[in-house]
Ligand binder design. Structure first.
Ligand code: ASP
Length: 323
């Protein structure tokens, strides 16, 4: 079984020690009732994000609150160069952010091409809860964020600026679209009430064209949640997910009986069948179903994700088409 191969996070023992009494009680319920609650998220920064989401889920809180809390962790971390503060800028040296969030009632909110706001996921949630709209972009999104009490900050760190200056010298001003420059966080949760939610946030493809928007703020492409079935999120070259409405496809495949991993694999296969240049890019899908089963699939080896449930924290390597 794959799960036997899972690498345990080094912080697992600390986490388990800190939360031991409630984990034991919850583990008994978990064994009886299935795999609730659970949170899963993409890449290395998924581990710390899950740890922020977990106490909310463990206390019986809402999946929506959990995914927002989780997504805010890499958004605020200057060491994460693909999300929020510290994210690599576009080819003009401007950090532009995309994010979306979706709850168990099919409500969703999104921001794209947002500048100067550290927590686009929370602005996306405000769009969902405080406006009649789903998506705000650019200057309008920033103005709305300020009206909602968010501060405008400089998000370009010295590290990200140095990387951009180096790229500009070597790249002859072409956007970088290779497999190393994608590290969006997508985070999905199932709470104790059996409700699903998801969030996705990114600074997008490093050194992209100014104005480029990827899949991450687009409902159906970078994130989709259907509380009857499951949830999916994506990472990698967003244009491929937009062209195939990838996450919606993953959820619909689960509706028709695919497991989360099979659904992710089929979505990758469709990209491969329909988009001839797919080998140049990394794309990974991650999915969670209504019963708490999860899985992933990607194009190039290297995509991994983090899981947190009552059994502890795990890091899992996704299977890939080209391994
Ligand atoms: N999916 C994101 C985009 O295309 C990039 C990433 O996953 O890092 O904007």
């Amino acid at each position: 079984m794959n799960k036997r191969k899972f690498l345990r996070y080094s912080f697992l023992s600390t986490v388990t020690a800190l939360t031991a009494p409630s984990v034991t009680a919850m583990a008994k319920r978990h064994a009886k009732k299935g795999k609730k609650p659970v949170v899963i998220s993409t890449w290395n920064h998924g581990g710390p994000a899950n740890e922020a989401a977990w106490p909310i889920l463990a206390d019986g809180g809402r999946a929506l609150d959990a995914v927002e809390a989780g997504a805010r962790v890499p958004e605020a971390d200057p060491q994460v160069t693909s999300v929020g503060y510290g994210g690599f800028p576009d080819r003009d040296g401007v950090v532009t952010l995309d994010a979306c969030i979706m709850d168990e009632k099919q409500n969703c909110g999104s921001v794209a091409f947002l500048q100067g706001i550290k927590h686009p996921i929370s602005v996306a949630r405000k769009v969902m809860e405080e406006t009649p709209h789903v998506m705000l972009v650019g200057e309008g999104a920033q103005r709305f964020a300020v009206e909602q009490g968010f501060e405008i900050e400089n998000l370009l760190t010295p590290r990200a600026e140095a990387a951009w200056r180096e790229w500009k010298q070597e790249s002859y001003y072409q956007p970088v679209i290779n497999i190393e420059n994608h590290d969006t966080i997508g985070i999905l949760a199932l709470d104790q009430d059996g409700h699903l939610s998801g969030a996705c946030t990114t600074s997008g493809a490093a050194f992209k064209m100014h104005g480029r928007v990827g899949d991450s703020p687009i409902i159906g492409a970078g994130l989709y949640v259907d509380n009857e079935v499951g949830a999916a999120t994506a990472t990698g070259m967003g244009e491929l997910m937009i062209k195939t409405v990838g996450c919606h496809q993953v959820v619909e495949l689960m509706r028709h009986g695919y497991t989360p991993e099979e659904a992710c694999r089929e979505a990758i296969e469709r990209i491969a069948r329909k988009l001839g240049d797919y080998k140049q890019f990394q794309v990974g899908f991650l999915a969670l179903d209504k019963a708490g089963n999860y899985g992933a699939h990607c194009i190039h080896p290297g995509f991994h994700y983090a899981v947190r449930d009552v059994l502890g924290a795990q890091r899992i390597s996704s299977k890939s088409k080209l391994e």
